[in-house]
Ligand binder design. Structure first.
Ligand code: MN
Length: 226
């Protein structure tokens, strides 16, 4: 695990993304999902391990439904500080577009030997995020991409009390860090608002215009909705 490929792909004089190497992993292992509206919308699923964020690009995002397997393409390790990055990557740079911290928290391995589980291609873990909780698994498939260089995995929710038929990516489209939508982030950072907005679910009103109060929806639920 190394940040060599991460650094090679980026010009840190141009992109505001962190260069990495400052944060040593201490205590709890961090977990983050970054919603990334680049050439294609995807969700970057990251687990801290051995001082870096192991990273998978999940085109459709996570599903709380245990019968749904989501393709997760393993990509280069990222610095631990990357988990706090929300903003704009310049259009001409690698991954150019808008990045949102869609979910964050910590994770706990459900196996005694994480490195062995990663080698085996079967990592079971518990998430303690704002949106994703409970037991999950990443399973490596025989498939690959990027000219065979990269492994394809599947991200699957285990059956527990956090499993649900709710479409979490649609129901909770906002940043776990700032409550913003992609369009809000692009606007503040001088990005392409229209392109960013294409990654927000339709019919979601901007943060400045709260949803109309409805007798059917208790106020507390509306405030807590992410
Ligand atoms: Mn990405």
């Amino acid at each position: 695990m190394s940040l060599r490929e991460y650094k090679k792909k980026r010009d840190f004089k141009v992109t505001p993304e962190p260069e990495g190497g400052d944060a040593a992993g201490r205590g709890n292992l961090s977990y983050v999902v970054q919603k990334h509206q680049a050439s294609h919308l995807h969700y970057d699923f990251r687990l801290e391990w051995n001082g870096v964020l192991l990273s998978w690009a999940v085109p459709k995002g996570p599903s709380l439904d245990p019968s749904v397997k989501r393709l997760a393409m393993q990509v280069e390790d990222h610095p631990v500080e990357y988990g706090a990055f929300e903003g704009i990557i310049p259009a001409a740079e690698y991954g150019g577009g808008t990045v949102m911290v869609w979910d964050r928290g910590t994770w706990t391995p459900e196996v005694a030997d994480v490195d062995a589980a990663l080698r085996k291609g079967d990592l079971k873990f518990t998430l303690h995020g704002a949106k994703l909780k409970g037991s999950w698994v990443l399973v490596r498939t025989r498939g690959s991409f990027g000219g065979g260089k990269r492994a394809s995995w599947l991200l699957i929710k285990h059956r527990d009390r956090f499993a649900s038929a709710e479409d979490i990516t649609v129901e909770k489209p906002r940043s776990a860090m700032t409550r913003r939508l992609l369009a809000d982030i692009a606007k503040v950072a001088g990005g392409n608002i229209e392109k960013a907005a294409a990654g927000d679910p339709p019919l979601v009103q901007p943060a400045s215009k709260p949803r109309k109060a409805s007798a059917a929806v208790p106020a507390r639920k509306r405030i807590r909705a992410k």
